[in-house]
Structure formats: structure tokens, C-alpha cells
Design a protein around this ligand. Sequence first.
Ligand SMILES: [Zn+2]
Length: 362
Amino acid sequence: MGILAAAVAVAATLACGGVLVSVNLASTLPTMSTPARLGVEATAGPTPSPSPYPYLSPSPIPTQSGTGAASATPSSSRTSAPTKAPTKAPTKAPTKAPTKAPTPRPGTPKPTSAKCIPTGAAVPADTAIVEPQVAASFGVCVPILEYHRIAPASEIGTSLPALVVSPAAFAAQMDALEAAGWHTITLGKLGDDLLAGRTPPARSFVVTIDDGWYDGYDDAFPILEAHGFVATFFVISGRIDHPSFLSSLNLTALTAAGDEIGNHTVNHVQLGSLTGASLSAQIDNASDRIAQVTGVRPKSFAYPMGVYNSTVVAAAVACPGMEIAVTEHKGIKETTGGRFTAPRLKITPGVSPAQLVAMMAG
Ligand SMILES: [Zn+2]
């Protein structure tokens, strides 16, 4: 067992915020059945500012009722959230799924699983991380949706339009999924299930929201709550409490409400160029900071821009508490052995509710 030494040279070209970056992944993808997918997501550089990538630049985002500022309290429009949080889980025990138990609905059709039968061969085989007690081929079919910002047009600023879904569109998507009998689990819960060899209830799905913008709390959170849904918010730990990004109190409130705060590195750097201590620091220190803020250590990780290689995967696996990591590969199947390169469905503004429901079936 161990890492296969496939000598596949992959030269990939990244589109990062309009900046093309050539990356040679020649010796770093031996365990991947497909080359690391390089997402279209823009990124901030290692230093918070000034940034050549406007998507994550904190300054252009207009404030609305103080929502864009890193305030000591959650934004005024959502100040009720922390107080209602105790009705949900105040802490996140590993066994506790932030649940919306799949409520069987009369007339709800059975899950269309014919196209969603995971096989070990269908997912990148990361054999080095397969726990011996769990069959490598154990798999589930839980769609993981990938969002970045849920914000009105007036607050887009310089963010890439393709990465911003309006609150109205997001609400319509969640309406459609709820009506179709879907219910959420966090990504950490999915990681728990994969490790336990346990299949989640039918029609489970995961909402992930990358980069930790303030609108994750101001706009997405109330919509999720209205549907009884939870999400995994991937935050950049170095931007917690910075203008335009989620505050510590936001993160605490989300955690108390059953949502998950996932790890998206300290500085949102492209990890493929890092090794050793600098690589592990980007991952481990982010988990440390999130745990310090929320009291819950992240189980979930998202590779910035979807960029990874075997060294990066190994660093994610080695991060204490980490159970699962998502990429920007397109797919809806996850396996225990491949859970550190889990695929997602990127949801762009043009995806209609009906199209989204259809996508969930694979
Ligand atoms: Zn990101």
C-alpha cells in the first residue's frame, strides 16, 4: 500500500482572479486519478492586503447597516441570532448531527439513486489514507453544494459575479430542495459517517460556503434557518474579525446554531506551492484559531482554489481533528478512502431551482 508512484506530469494553468498562474504538478499528484482541479475561484495572496485579487479584498464591499464592518457584535440586523441559538445545539458533539431529520413527506418520490452508486474506482484513490478497518470502497452519495457569497447585487463590490448568488435565488433553491425532501447535514457529519462506514439518511446534502464573507451570516444564515438547514462555513482564519468577513461572534452564533465552521487556511494561499512547516502552518494554525474562537475544532477543510497535491492532502490528513476535505472536482459521490478529495457541485447564479434539484440526482 502506500502512495503509488505514477510519474504523470501535469502542467496546469490556473485562472485566479484573472491572473494566470502556471503550476507544475509533475511530482505531486501520484495518488490522484485525475489531476488536481484548479478552480476559478479568485484568491488573496499570502498577505492580506493590498491584494491583486479583488475578490477577497475587504475594502470595496459597501457596508449596509454596519454589516460590512468587523463589529464586536453580530450585525444589527441579525442580533437575534445568538439568542435563538440555544434552541439548537450549543455545542457540537461528534455524535450529534445538526439534524433536520429527513421528514418523510407524503408523496415524496424515492431517491433517484440509480446514477449514484459509489464505487471505489469512481473516486480518486488516496490509498495512503484508508483506514484499514473500513473498506476503501465504502461510499455514499451526498451532494456537497459549493457557494461563495449569498449577497444582494448592491453588495457585490468587486467580487466575481459568478461566485455571488442573490439571497432571493438562494432562498428559491433551498425552497426547492426542501420541497423535494432534501435535508442538510454538515460536512463534518458526513466525515463522521464515512469514517464509521455509516450511510446517512436518504436525501442528505451539504451546503458549503467558502471564504467567510459577512453575508454568510447576514444573508445565508437566516435563509438556512428558515428551512431548518445547516451549512459548513469555510473561513480564512486570518480574516476573522476583519472588515467584510465574519466576526468571532458571528462564528460563535453559527456554531451554537448547529452550523459548522470549517478550515480554509490562514491566508487563502495556493497550497500546491508550499511544503513542510509553511504548509502545515496554513492548515494547523487555522484549525487552532477556529477552535479558539468557537470552541470546536474543525473536522472539515477546503483547499483554496481547489488546488491540492499529495503533499497537501497529507498535510490535511495530519491536521488534528480533520476528517474530510473538499475540492472543486464535480461530483456527488464520496468514499472513505477518497474523503480528503471529496467533490462538490459549484452553484452559480444561473442555476435555477429546478436545475439544482436535477443536479442532486447525479
Ligand atoms: Zn476560497
